[in-house]
Design a binder for this molecule. Structure first.
Ligand SMILES: Cc1ncc(COP(=O)(O)O)c(C=O)c1O
Length: 466
């Protein structure tokens, strides 16, 4: 039973979630205080890319902490900071050769928005301030990041406290609006960006930010290559900076260091990273920017932005050790190799579970969309709290998944599956069989509660209805 501690009392007391106490973690596994073992099927919230307890990283942390944990960036440069910047520039490639470090994804998104604004300011384009983004989307929880996040539930509560930014359509591949072909919807979503820019006034538009592979807001959505190319052309045509929020999709998770590397003609101007960069060993985010823009801003007095922990040596040394492990263990290649295998396992599950409607993603960033009816794609009623149910049942099977409802579930509900990048076939098999068992339990529960009706024999061809 969870104690009602000062920390946990900030969150809703939910009978669906009875959080165990963590005891220790190693590789892709975590153990609670009772000795129960859990498989980290989504690397926490898609963070622990190299698994838990990596001794090389632990040693690097101890070494840096003993040498110098903190030295303010306003007084010193550090080897760790310089080395991490150089390594990241190399991994990100030409055009993303300058790194600005933060303590996480929201801060890195904020940095990208403010940096884009300062670039426009220095260029004399001072009317440009609107950052267009997609609905739904998720870019972080600080007010600036929320202003570009497309989530009606969040807008209802925090909308009055922030300057709302224009939103455009998301290029969904599964829940395609009526009257569109899959390709037609990709084109329409890109066209919506251009129409929005023209409607808002191109001279007022600063940037377009998107998750190149969706996170929780769209469940690992991967658009068509034509979509990425189209938004690149539109941004260039109207002078907007293109920002890829790779907080979840970056650092090797998709089978390339940046998922931007999958679409070489659609290169973003700015890239935001976090999560897998520190891999759970330290809070770390980064904004990668091209040298010419950084020099422009620096020559005009410098970036008017910063945080106390920007570029602190301990965090940078930790991030560097994580990247050492990513390279030493060939984890980017491993994610690329295992992606199709994970996809195949999830598709097998879809073939046997009547409540899985779609499998999507790239590399080891995947999701399954949960539906009440596979044929009509009808989602479950909100009060069923379907993903919370599945997460609770998964815990019973010793499986940790990652799910959260966006925009009151208006666009559907899904579960993220993203094991550490040093997974192997055996781990994927374990995740698959536990997930299958938990979905079977879920269908049984829904049948028992009369939420689903129909035959007990699960199968894609067998329709349940609500
Ligand atoms: C795409 C994306 N951007 C930004 C963030 C915010 O990152 P953080 O929680 O580290 O502030 C997240 C977090 O889930 C994310 O998935």
């Amino acid at each position: 039973m969870t104690d009602n501690t000062a920390i946990q009392s900030f969150y809703a007391a939910s009978p669906a979630v009875d959080l165990p106490h963590i005891e220790r973690a190693e590789g892709p596994y975590l153990w609670d205080r009772s000795g129960r073992r859990y498989v980290d099927a989504a690397s926490g919230p898609v963070v622990t890319n190299i698994g838990h307890g990596n001794p090389h990283v632990v040693e690097a942390i101890a070494r840096q902490a003993a040498t110098c944990a903190f030295a303010s960036r306003t007084a010193f440069v550090s080897d760790a900071n310089q080395a991490l910047g150089e390594r990241l520039a190399k991994l990100c490639g030409p055009g993303h050769d300058r790194a600005f470090f933060t303590s996480g994804g929201s801060e890195a998104v904020e940095a990208s928005l403010k940096f884009a604004r300062q670039v426009a300011w220095v260029r004399g384009e001072r009317k440009r301030w609107k950052v267009i983004s997609r609905n739904p989307s998720y870019h972080g929880s600080t007010l600036g990041a929320l202003s570009v996040t497309g989530d009606e539930e969040i807008d209802d509560l925090f909308g009055p406290m922030m300057r709302q930014m224009p939103k455009v359509a998301t290029p969904f591949t599964y829940r395609i609006p009526e009257g569109y072909t899959p390709q037609g919807w990709q084109e329409a979503a890109a066209a919506d960006l251009e129409q929005t820019i023209l409607r808002e006034g191109p001279e007022t538009c600063l940037a377009f930010i998107l998750e190149p592979i969706g996170g929780l807001a769209t469940g690992a959505l991967v658009a068509s290559e034509a979509y990425y190319n189209a938004v690149r052309r539109i941004c260039s045509r109207h002078g907007l900076l293109l920002i890829y929020d790779e907080v979840m999709s970056g650092a090797g998770r998709s089978g390339a260091f940046l998922s931007a590397h999958h679409w070489r003609d659609a290169k973003p101007d700015l890239v935001v990273l976090a999560k897998g960069l520190g891999a759970g060993y330290t809070p770390l985010g980064a904004m990668m920017a091209p040298r010419d823009l950084v020099e422009l801003v620096a020559a005009a007095g410098g970036f008017l932005h910063g945080h106390t922990y920007v570029a602190n040596p301990l965090t940078c040394a930790t991030g560097l050790a994580v990247l050492d492990e990513v390279e030493r263990q060939n984890l980017i290649q491993n994610a690329a190799r295992l992606g199709p295998k994970l996809s195949e396992i999830l598709r097998q599950i879809m073939a046997h579970s009547p409540i899985v409607g779609d499998v999507r993603g790239l590399g080891l960033l995947m999701a399954i969309e949960v539906v009440a009816d596979q044929c009509t794609k009808r989602p479950f009623p909100l009060e069923v709290e379907i993903t919370k149910r599945i997460a609770r049942l998964a815990m019973k099977h010793g499986l940790i998944i990652y799910a959260r409802r966006t925009s009151h579930g208006k666009f559907g509900e899904w579960i993220m599956i993203g094991p550490p990048l040093n997974a192997d076939e055996e781990l994927l098999g374990e995740i698959g069989s536990k997930l299958q068992a938990c979905l079977t339990d879920c269908v049984d529960e829904l049948l028992n509660e009369g939420i689903l009706t129909g035959g007990i024999q699960a199968g894609a061809e067998l329709r349940h209805s609500i």
